[in-house]
Write a protein that binds this ligand. Sequence first.
Ligand SMILES: [Zn+2]
Ligand SMILES: [Zn+2]
Length: 216
Amino acid sequence: MSDSEDYQDEYIFRPQQHLDAKWLNPDLQDALHDSVSLNVLYNSLAQDREIYFEARDGLVNASGVTAKLGDSGKYYCGLRNLTCTCCDGLCGPHSGCACASCAALSSDEERRLALEAKLVAPPSSVWFIDGIKWKQEPGPECLQSLMESMIWEQRIKAINTVTSCPIISQIRRLIVLCNRHLVAVLRFTIAAPSIDYLLNPVERYRHLLESFEVNR
Ligand SMILES: [Zn+2]
Ligand SMILES: [Zn+2]
């Protein structure tokens, strides 16, 4: 297991529209002050399959049906719910045509994985140090690479330390709950809004911060 997999920094967030009513008015005050309430709310997100830490057992699509990754790299629910005439009318299950909900799920996941792929760990600092030992005249680029590798390693160590700290883990859980509440409120107030930006972690936190600014 690489360093970057040691911590569950990012989760797959798939807020299901039919569960929005439950999140329109959650007791966030209570969750803020009482860790038991916080955990009950947070665990219900996981039980309802609105957050995942891995996609291996499938993801729930917008129709509330679990879809699994097919051989084609796309998600399929396997239901006979297609109206096209080019196939047997089944969504997948391994390749071929997909229903609208599964097609949307596949593109959401593609986007998430593309974001994740941008974070690539450099080779280890030990590897660079070994390289420098054997070089007659290690240039500044060798030191630059070593420095970048060490910064990365320190960053991972810092994140691992922080995420194992109970108070930080509680704050992170609270942010997830606020995020879920926000999605429910937005979908409720704006008819058929695009929530794409809420699935992007950076945009999600930016938006969350802005909403705190507005509410102060
Ligand atoms: Zn489907
Ligand atoms: Zn078809």
